[in-house]
Design a protein. Structure first.
Length: 189
């Protein structure tokens, strides 16, 4: 573990990950967009399918409680950010058929009309890493990346400050599913 990121190996087991995938795939997919207002769709920069999960989702609402319990401890020990909101989760699909990827970006929308900023990003690896190739998560401008073999392991949850630049390399074989979320709080000052 490092102060720049924290991972929790086996946050969920295989059966739990498979259940999340099964239920999330029932949600209508959307094309990804870029920016706070979501009006830019640039497939040269981001190629994936998205499904949005809200806290009141009948089958997946439990995820929000699980993440809050974990974040309280991680944030206290590592980040110390003022966070008070987890509005939704993003189930993301990256497929070899369209060389799914997301180029270098960070998750904070610095200029936005909201009174909040994303502060802690998290990514749950849902797919068995033996079923796809490529699709590696890379944190940029950090002293050391988390171990790739751990981050790729099904059920591992990685958290990092939302202002850390990161990218996902193209998926070249198979399909990769992940669950992404952002804990928000009052704007950075």
């Amino acid at each position: 573990m490092k102060g720049e990121w924290v991972y929790n190996e086996a946050f969920y087991n295989k059966q739990q990950c498979d259940y999340i995938i099964k239920e999330a795939l029932k949600i209508e997919p959307e094309e990804p967009t870029l920016g706070y207002d979501g009006n830019v769709n640039d497939s040269s920069y981001r190629r994936s399918k998205l499904r949005w999960i809200l806290p009141n989702h009948k089958e997946l609402g439990f995820l929000f409680n699980d993440y809050w319990r974990l974040l309280i401890a991680i944030n206290k020990d590592w980040y110390g950010f003022n966070v008070d909101n987890l509005p939704y989760l993003q189930f993301t699909e990256y497929d070899e058929s369209y060389k799914g990827e997301y180029k270098s970006h960070q998750d904070v929308f610095w200029i936005n009309p909201s009174n909040k900023h994303r502060k802690v990003s998290f990514i749950l690896q849902l797919t068995d890493d033996k079923t796809y190739e490529g699709g590696d998560l890379v944190l940029e401008h950090v002293s050391e990346n988390p171990p790739a073999d751990i981050v790729r392991k099904q059920g591992t949850l990685l958290t990092f400050p939302s202002f850390v630049y990161h990218r996902l390399t193209p998926v070249t074989k198979g399909k990769r599913y992940s669950l992404v979320g952002w804990f928000e709080g009052p704007k950075f000052t």
